[in-house]
Ligand binder design. Structure first.
Ligand SMILES: Cc1cc2nc3c(=O)[nH]c(=O)nc-3n(C[C@H](O)[C@H](O)[C@H](O)COP(=O)(O)OP(=O)(O)OC[C@H]3O[C@@H](n4cnc5c(N)ncnc54)[C@H](O)[C@@H]3O)c2cc1C
Length: 486
């Protein structure tokens, strides 16, 4: 039985952990603690400040190493903004604001205009675009009819042809109001939903909408979420529902002046109990009816404390390394796959940086694993002397992983080839990204098995695995878990 006097331990102060705390407070819980192993909150929303020259004057600007963008469909993130008092910019960007404009660049360095019929006009191009438009319309209709119910956060029941969850409200509304964060859930049966377990390319083929992959690929594969021959369609369509995909096409995106990390830093500042930093959870024991958590702080001191409930927002495949995971937890979590997404922030030779972000679509195929797929210039106002972030994927199911060092070198070569020679890397990383399961495990009901475990041993699982590895799905998953179980 939910009891808002319970003492709750939250592991991790990324978007998931902080949104869990916010929603707990909205439900009247005040007796909670968030442990974060790093010296900062925000997890993969990490926005370092870098010194740049603007009109000859040195100043600091935020850059992104992790999450960048949002859209009109970011309802739970909007609640976080409201709670923290820090808001996005866009979709219409003003001079001096970070923007989300982009171009398409071929590997020979020329700029391509694949979606503008009048540029480099040919009848073949026009015919291709008309076909694409028709299939976009068809997919939209199919999602509203044949796949009704696809637009809930999370994956409960989908493998069985059912749906249950908070509606994403892809037309711009998910039911939350200022007074009530926990709107009604939608529930139903739709056997067609089972198709969503198929890899996205197969899902498109059976629905005769293969062309739409041309639109979906840039915000999906180049954003590190994997390739369409391996990722279940459910994951693609939960993140890039038709509304969100169109916001990408029409460049109606959001970004944050001081970086996405600030969304979470602001929320953390408003919480009754801000995250306890530099404190790693190193042991979890769950004897009958109790949760005993051991943490290790920066000075190496161990601290043991008893809780009523535990919320795990950190990678579940690593849970067994520090917790008394049951055989079922071990078996289930061992099936989790994650993407190896690599990125770096770099400066470029003088006057040679990109002045706008760019997609390199030719590199978005498994055969080009480890190649740069996208670069992000955040501050167009800084002209062609602005640092930019460059991104590549290092893994694909059925291909050999590419070593980190090779990825870094390959990205440098690609950037040079297209006209942007890298001068210095200011920050580089490989991230544990987009945890999910294979199409086969999806089909066999992996998410329903996870759902069945919620609450066992007073443990609840949140975080990006629940719905999808983006800020919105992650925060909405917290809303769902807190809404139903607390
Ligand atoms: C390069 C990149 C680009 C992205 N772009 C976008 C985008 O444009 N839009 C978007 O919506 N999303 C984007 N994302 C995804 C988004 O950042 C993630 O989905 C989101 O951060 C997941 O939140 P989380 O809390 O589940 O996990 P995380 O952000 O990974 O947070 C987990 C936290 O747990 C902490 N932790 C781990 N183990 C322990 C432990 N034992 N004890 C204590 N603390 C622990 C970690 O230090 C971390 O702070 C991007 C991510 C990356 C990396």
């Amino acid at each position: 039985m939910p009891n808002n006097k319970d003492r709750v331990c939250i592991i991790g102060a990324g978007p998931a952990g902080l949104s869990c705390a916010m929603y707990l407070e909205k439900k009247g819980y005040t007796n909670y603690v968030i442990y974060e192993k790093l010296n900062k909150v925000g997890g993969k929303c990490w926005s370092p400040k870098i010194k740049v020259k603007h009109n000859g004057v040195e100043e600091e600007r935020s850059f992104e190493t992790g999450a960048i963008m949002g859209a009109i469909t970011y309802h739970a993130v909007s609640e976080m903004e409201e709670f923290g008092g820090y808001y996005h910019k866009g979709p219409d960007f003003k001079e001096g604001e970070p923007n989300m404009r982009r171009e398409f660049r071929k590997l020979d360095g020329t700029v391509d205009h694949p979606f503008e019929p009048k540029v480099n006009f040919s009848f073949k191009k026009l015919k291709g675009l008309l076909k694409l438009k028709k299939q976009m319309k068809r997919l939209n209709q199919l999602m509203q009819t044949k796949y009704v119910g696809y637009d809930c956060y999370g994956h409960i029941g989908v493998a069985k042809g059912e749906y249950y969850g908070i509606s994403k409200g892809v037309d711009g509304y998910c039911g939350a109001t200022k007074e009530n964060s926990f709107p009604n859930y939608i529930k139903g049966t739709n056997p067609n939903l089972k198709d969503l377990a198929l890899p996205f390319s197969e899902f498109c083929r059976i629905n005769k909408v293969e062309e739409v992959q041309r639109i979906w690929i840039a915000p999906f594969t180049s954003f590190g979420y994997g390739f369409f021959d391996e990722i279940p369609a459910a994951l693609v369509m939960k993140y890039l529902d038709v509304t969100t995909a169109l916001e990408f096409v029409n460049m109606k995106l959001w970004t944050w002046q001081d970086g996405t990390q600030e969304i979470y830093a602001h929320v953390n500042n408003k919480l009754q109990h801000p995250a306890v930093l530099e404190t790693e959870v190193v042991k979890v024991e769950r004897p009958e009816g109790k949760v005993i958590v051991t943490t290790k702080s920066k000075d190496g001191k161990l601290h043991k404390e008893e809780f009523d409930k535990l919320i795990v927002t950190t990678p579940l495949d690593l849970f067994k390394d520090y917790a008394d995971a049951t055989e079922e937890e071990k078996e289930l979590f061992s099936k989790i796959i994650h993407e190896r997404y690599c990125d770096y922030i770099a400066t470029f030779d003088e006057g040679k940086s990109p002045v706008i972000s760019g997609y390199m679509v030719e590199n978005m195929v498994p055969e080009r694993l480890g190649h740069a797929m996208v670069y992000y210039n955040r501050w167009q106002c800084l002209g062609n002397d602005c640092p930019a972030t460059v991104y590549a994927l290092a893994n694909h199911t059925g291909s050999k992983d590419v070593d980190y060092d090779v990825v870094m070198k390959t990205m440098d070569e690609d950037m040079k080839k297209v006209g942007f020679p890298i001068k210095e890397k200011l920050y580089a990383q490989e991230v544990y990204y987009c945890p999910h399961v294979s199409s086969k495990d999806y089909q066999e009901g992996w998410y329903d098995r996870l759902e069945a475990l919620q609450g066992n041993k007073n443990t609840f699982y949140a975080g990006e695995i629940i719905s999808f590895g983006d800020m919105e799905d992650t925060c909405a998953a917290s809303k769902d878990i807190i809404g139903r179980f607390f």
